[in-house]
Design a protein around this ligand. Sequence first.
Ligand code: G4P
Length: 507
Amino acid sequence: MTSDRRTFAIISHPDAGKTTLTEKLLLTGGAIHLAGEVKARGQARRARSDWMKIEQQRGISVTSSVMTFERDGITFNLLDTPGHEDFSEDTYRTLTAVDSAIMVIDAAKGIEPQTRKLFEVCRLRSVPIITFVNKVDREGRPVFELLDEIADMLALDVSPQMYPVGMGGEFQGILDFASGEVVVPEGPSKEFKGRRVADFDLPEDIAENVELAQIGYPEFDLDAYRNGDLTPVYFGSALKNFGVVELIEAIAKYAPPPRPQPAGEEQIAPDHDEVTGFIFKVQANMDPNHRDRIAFMRQVSGTFKRGMKLTPSGLGKPVAIHSPILFFAQDREVADTAEPGDIIGIPNHGTLRVGDTLSEKNQVRFTGLPNFAPEILRRVALVDPTKTKQLRKALDDLSEEGVIQVFYPEIGGQWIIGVVGQLQLDVLISRLSAEYKVEAKLEASPFATARWIKGDEKAMAEFEKFNLSNLAKDRDGDLVFMAKSPWDVNYQEEKNPDLTFSATKER
Ligand code: G4P
């Protein structure tokens, strides 16, 4: 029942071609009307101030957070991971809602820092990865060098499925190992049109390399790929729309259909006998005056029907989902049901939080949606000190949305906010002002990172007694150790073997 869904994300370093590839995937599949929109965002992103404006208008990013296209009876749900230089927790969390990922690599650059970071997040959850080496229409690095770099830097088996016949000016086509055919460019150079040639006469050096590529690397193994241990590698040019069809076909053929999701000790499979899902993202709606939000739910099991009552774990009482945004249909208006793997946008007034489970019976709790230890910590200072209440409300709201994390120190009244990337700070200040009418400044804090502490009562009490000035509570009231340096963390870990200092917190 669920095998026709493929829910995935694209991970890449900025400029590798994610936007271009997204556009071509949508064009090749049946969602042409979205393509221009994606491009517009790509350009806007380049200027940070533009991006902020776009984000504030919200409408655009809400609709393109989930892009759906269909091809040969398969429905593809592509979730957008925000692509800026800086990292946000949003990106991490989106990756908890997919079943697989496409890793786009620039043929001239190989594995770049952001690719690697995102890959590590995928690895945490064994998310299977298909690699797309992009920009073969330009001069790139030698193929074996690229393959070895992926294998070495990511500690992953690579299994090439294709071989580019030349790159850049020498580019003649791409050999597809499965069929033995070479896909050659045809038509005006701007938009290549692939034609398959069965008896392509390979230049001698390429023929040798092809043989080496086939015997020197592991054969494709579906289980190894689905366990996240092996990545099949495809080559192409998103710009010239070359190799994109082959990529879609690979996703259709190999990428896993909706996977069971962890709920404590249990795994909830798509055929579980009720509708369940979890919120992985919350986004403020278009009108900042009415703080409406859209919560994005990844459906895990059951068949969702419009109007259905689901109970959010954070609320405890059922709510009827009357006006869900169902992204998968060409025409959103007529869609009335959704299947596991689909994403449902649920308008609400702040009742739904990132990490919440929604279900019919209110028995399942999905786990594994992490909070990450912030890498940047700042004190928040009010310009107008009478706005303390508004500030607290705003910080609570924004941390619910996952924009920031907030820490309330045990001693002193200066609240500390934590983020994973610098850009989140800009977003915070701009939204405080625009949506909450709170003017605030960020000041240096003495802390460099934070760790969630766990242990038995006695050990915790002992630790609290001696470290009060370095302790804070997070939004949920959980105890957090504010460390002045990574060294500080190590020191306390060694000194307190009965406690665990965790860099992530599961919600
Ligand atoms: P991103 O979303 O990963 O950041 O990358 P994006 O698609 O915006 O692509 C970054 C740049 O690389 C763009 O050029 C884009 O046209 C180019 N590009 C993407 N795919 C290919 C490819 O297969 N071959 C070649 N040669 N170039 C590719 P730009 O000059 O920065 O922007 P634009 O003005 O062309 O849009």
